[in-house]
Design a protein around this ligand. Structure first.
Ligand code: 9J3
Ligand code: ZN
Length: 316
């Protein structure tokens, strides 16, 4: 739905959304000349050329992005996958892990993704290789029951992240301080529940979310909400929009309403969902400011975007 413009487009000049003592590589806004000097010295002394890790951000992964690189069906990393039997885990229903095959670039951030009501991992599986190929470990889950409600789906997303970082065969490939959640419908509602329960999460992306709880002022995790203009199951006016509007105004937050879309648009490959999800995960899980160009200035409405609300990422 279109609404009058508000002041949310103003560039933000807030401090970091959250102190991160365990994350020494965060950008600090030091003078560019000094940064360039340090970068040049490091480059000359240790590396002698560009690497996968940015000189001043240890979490950067992969080459500098372009519009086409974040819209592509696959990113720069070859992807492997491994099945997680529901019999081998507790707290969620198993799933599939998609991860960059190579270990040459060090650890990656990780994302758990939940399906919606009556759905299985197959309904969100396209996101597995799509996101993993950009440099994330992704666990698409089945829920304990396909009828589980959003609060349960939130707890299951957290159980899935705990499994990934503590027990899974890929745990050594993951930086356990850089985690996020995504989900469709009640799984999107569950993503909000997960972020509310665990504020250390670095990113949340609900896709056409559904929840009876309409207010989310407790959330401290940078959150990108996708709505669909033609959603009659979780209409944006009673779900995605109030969810977005009640997030703290000081939070890194955005609302992207897909144009010509339905409740089930997130269930098949979608370039707009992938593009802005990659930008959001990179910016907030990897602290990768190279992706800020896709979030700020705010994306304009067009063929696939009915409406975009949000702020430019806060400096951290
Ligand atoms: O996960 C969903 O698709 C939630 C929408 C729904 O079916 O709500 C009915 C209770
Ligand atoms: Zn609207």
């Amino acid at each position: 739905m279109q609404h009058p413009r508000t002041s949310t487009t103003a560039p933000a000049r807030h401090p970091a959304h959250r102190p991160s003592p365990a994350r020494p590589g965060r950008r600090t806004g030091r003078p560019a000349a000094l940064a360039a000097t340090v970068g040049a010295v490091v480059g000359l002394t240790l590396l002698g050329g560009p690497t996968a890790h940015g000189a001043d951000n240890p979490y950067e992964r992969g080459p500098a992005p372009t519009e086409s690189s974040i819209e592509a069906a696959r990113g720069p990393y070859a992807v492997s996958e491994t099945t997680v039997s529901r019999l081998s885990v507790t707290g969620f229903g198993g799933g599939t892990v998609y991860y960059p095959t190579s270990t040459a670039d060090g650890t990656f951030g990780a994302v758990a993704v939940s399906p919606g009501y009556t759905g299985t991992q197959s309904s969100i599986s396209w996101l597995g290789p799509r996101l993993a190929s950009q440099g994330f470990v992704v666990l698409t889950i089945d829920t304990l029951s396909t009828l589980d409600q959003p609060d349960s789906r939130g707890a299951q997303l957290l159980a899935a992240l705990d499994y990934l970082t503590r027990s899974s065969s890929v745990r050594g490939r993951i930086d356990s301080t850089r985690l996020g959640v995504m989900g469709h419908s009640m799984g999107g509602g569950g993503s909000l529940e997960a972020a509310k329960a665990r504020p250390s999460l670095q990113a949340a992306i609900p896709l056409t979310p559904w929840n009876l709880d309409k207010t989310w002022p407790e959330i401290k995790t940078p959150t990108l909400i996708f709505g669909a203009d033609g959603d009659t199951i979780a209409p944006v006016a009673s779900h995605a929009e109030p969810f977005y509007n009640t997030l703290p105004g000081s939070l890194d937050r955005a609302y992207l309403e897909l144009n010509g879309a339905t409740h089930f648009t997130p269930n098949t490959s979608n370039t707009t969902i992938a593009k802005y999800s990659v930008a959001w995960l990179k910016r907030f899980i990897d602290d990768d400011t190279r992706y800020e160009q896709f979030l700020c200035p705010l994306p304009r409405p067009g063929l696939t975007i009915e409406e975009y609300r949000g702020n430019c990422p806060h400096t951290s």
